[in-house]
Write a protein that binds this ligand. Structure first.
Ligand code: AMP
Length: 109
C-alpha cells in the first residue's frame, strides 16, 4: 500500500521509532495535539477499525499492552490521557493507528 505509514514501516521514509516489534511501530505524531502524542501503528496494512476481524485479536492485545507500557514510560497514569482511533471522515491516514495523548491538550483531534 502507498499510505505514509506503510512507507515509514517499509523504511522508505526515515523515522525514528520509540518502539518496534514484529507487528507494531510507535513514533511521535508530527503535529502533536497534546504534550505527549504517540502513534501506535500495526505493520500489517489495515485501513481502519472497519477492517478488524477476530483474526486480529492477538494484534489488539499487543497494541493495548504496548499502550500500557507507554503510559508507564511517559508517567501518564497520574495525569490525563486518552487513546483515540479516528475513523471515516475524521481519519486522515488510511492505515489503522491508535493515538496515545497525554498531558496538556493543544487541540481537538
Ligand atoms: P488521523 O487523522 O487519525 O488519521 O491521524 C493521522 C495523524 O498522523 C495526524 O495526527 C498527523 O499529524 C500524523 N502524521 C501524518 N504524517 C506523519 C508523519 N510523517 N510522522 C508522524 N506523524 C504523522
Amino acid at each position: 500500500m502507498d499510505d505514509i505509514f506503510c512507507k515509514i514501516i517499509r523504511k522508505e521514509i526515515p523515522k525514528e521509532f520509540i518502539y518496534e516489534s514484529e507487528n507494531l511501530v510507535v513514533f511521535p505524531d508530527i503535529n502533536p495535539s497534546a504534550d505527549t502524542h504517540l502513534l501506535i501503528i500495526p505493520k500489517k496494512h489495515l485501513g481502519g477499525i472497519q477492517d478488524l476481524t477476530k483474526e486480529n485479536k492477538d494484534l489488539l492485545v499487543e497494541i493495548y499492552s504496548v499502550v500500557n507500557m507507554l503510559v508507564k514510560q511517559y508517567n501518564l497514569s497520574g495525569n490525563l490521557y486518552r487513546v483515540v482511533v479516528n475513523g471515516g471522515k475524521a481519519q486522515h491516514v488510511p492505515h489503522l493507528h491508535f493515538h496515545l495523548l497525554g498531558g496538556v491538550w493543544k487541540k481537538f483531534i
